[in-house]
Design a binder for this molecule. Structure first.
Ligand code: ARG
Length: 485
């Protein structure tokens, strides 16, 4: 009979138990089929823990060596798909520990000295999430690069800017794209901040109260790279909080929700712009689908799904908040439920960022750095839409102010001019000089420059405005910023 107590776990936890766990309870409480994706972090955490134990004289050098070689073997077994995950061993931690003991004997049983699964799982999830945030940051940068590349090519393309989805004032298409750049830049900043808090070590809190062994938690943090910007190790400072805190998961899901809300807003615009009524853009065929009944259809499924998946990620945020809301200190099994929403959030965000970067600017040629196969922009349709809807009415009011009228009077004068134009079925720029002068005598021939889309755009030179010069300087700023990231 095996001397490994974990081998008998399906029978009972220990001599304390008088009957084995029922199969249903085993299935209900097990997490191995989803938390096995933490395996690499689990091994990484165990190796750092074992190294520290041996440095502190709690574990012999031979035992540490055996643990290292056992873990190397387990790593290759998992990588090659040979590792046998057992439901009876409940979770990733017990599966790996049992296999370690099977391979190296007693040294494997000593690994769990001065730790508990409570501080172990909290450490694993933090390590795993921090590495995932690194990947998300790269994808966020790719998405920003594709927005920037599209913006650079479309500074002079004018479309109506909307408020209340009513034509408001003409703006550059590049300016519109750069609005999303701002959102994604903030998302990246938030991710970095959350990552810095995630990189704080719970290990050493043991079950909840700390441990009587002379361990060195700072050393473990150092070994795992859980350090601040100055390179100083960061460890959770209260053992009860260390094992029960999932703030990092909640704030990550919150930042992901906001990121997805930004994606969703953009999706909504792409969907509208692709509709026949706008016809501003065409999404490349490989991102659209047809209809099984209507042969003429090309549907923007990708942005629609992204809009839908936003609900899913926000749902995960709500799930995690509810998971935590009534938990007494310290660790409770409830916390095992943190994983699936967190994993799904990471998967959804990564796939969505990847697909959006490609859909917007197309794929980047690694040789030339050029993007191709992205959104097709229908410049004329955008321009025509901006010409309709009295988009330069504010410019006319500003023109009158420059001629000496108080703004409120100018506003009223232009309102009357628009009213008359609507009646005549004309745009402001289609009125003759005489007609315009009938609204105010100070109007001269130079008014037509003001009523043109280009004139309107060029005039909005305030910092952050849509004038091409401003856009150029924003593009420059973003280019430099991304180079540094
Ligand atoms: N699978 C567990 C989780 O994800 C590991 C910690 C279990 N701790 C315990 N005391 N039962 O939270």
């Amino acid at each position: 009979m095996s001397t490994n107590p974990l081998d008998q776990k399906s029978q009972a936890w220990s001599g304390l138990f008088n009957e084995p766990m029922s199969e249903l309870v085993q299935r209900y409480t097990a997490s191995v089929f989803f938390d096995q994706r933490l395996w690499r972090a689990d091994i990484q955490g165990s190796l750092a823990h074992a190294q520290m134990l041996s440095e502190c004289g709690i574990l012999s050098a031979e035992d540490f060596k055996a643990i290292q070689s056992g873990m190397a073997q387990i790593t290759s077994e998992i990588e090659s798909g040979q590792f046998e995950w057992k439901l009876a061993l409940e979770d990733v931690h017990l599966n790996i520990e049992a296999r370690l003991t099977q391979i190296i004997g007693d040294a494997g049983k000593r690994l769990h000295t001065a730790r508990s699964r409570n501080d172990q799982v909290a450490t694993d999830v933090r390590l795993w999430l921090s590495a995932e945030i690194d990947l998300i940051l790269v994808l966020l940068k790719d998405l920003q690069s594709s927005l920037l590349s599209l913006a650079k090519d479309h500074i002079d393309v004018i479309l109506p800017g909307f408020t209340h989805l009513q034509v408001a004032q003409p703006v550059s298409f590049a300016h519109h794209l750069l609005a999303y750049m701002e959102m994604f830049a903030r998302d990246a900043q938030r991710m970095r901040e959350i990552q810095s808090r995630t990189n704080t070590l719970p290990l050493g809190a043991a079950a909840l109260a700390g441990t009587s062994y002379p361990i060195n938690r700072l050393r473990v943090a150092e070994l795992l790279g859980m350090v601040n910007a100055k390179g100083e190790p960061q460890v959770c400072q209260n053992s009860l909080d260390a094992v029960s805190d999932r703030d990092f998961a909640i704030e990550f899901t919150s930042a992901s929700s906001l990121l997805m809300v930004h994606i969703s807003r953009m999706s909504e615009e792409l969907i509208l712009w692709m509709s026949q009524n706008f016809a501003f853009i065409q999404i490349a065929d490989r991102f659209t689908t047809g209809s099984s009944i209507m042969p003429q259809k090309k549907n923007p499924d990708v942005p629609e799904l992204a809009r839908g998946k936003t609900g899913r990620v926000v749902g995960h945020l709500m799930g995690l908040l509810m998971l935590m809301k009534a938990q007494p200190l310290a660790y409770n099994k409830d916390n095992q439920e943190d994983k699936e929403p967190l994993f799904d959030t990471v998967d959804t965000v990564k796939d969505t960022l990847r697909i959006f970067a490609q859909m917007i600017a197309g794929e980047k040629d690694p040789q030339t750095g050029q993007f191709s196969g992205g959104l097709r922009i229908h410049k004329e349709a955008m321009q025509n839409a901006a010409l309709k809807g009295y988009a330069t009415a504010t410019d006319l009011a500003d023109y009158l102010v420059k001629k000496g009228l108080p703004f409120r009077d100018a506003h009223e004068t232009v309102a009357l001019a628009v009213k008359q134009s609507i009646k005549d079925g004309k745009e402001l720029s289609e009125l003759t000089l005489e007609e315009l002068q009938s609204f105010h005598k100070s109007i001269n021939a130079d008014v037509f420059e003001v009523l043109s889309l280009e004139g309107s755009l060029n005039s909005r030179t305030s910092l952050g405005g849509t004038a091409p010069l401003q856009i150029q300087s924003q593009i420059e700023r973003h280019t430099q910023r991304l180079q540094k990231e």
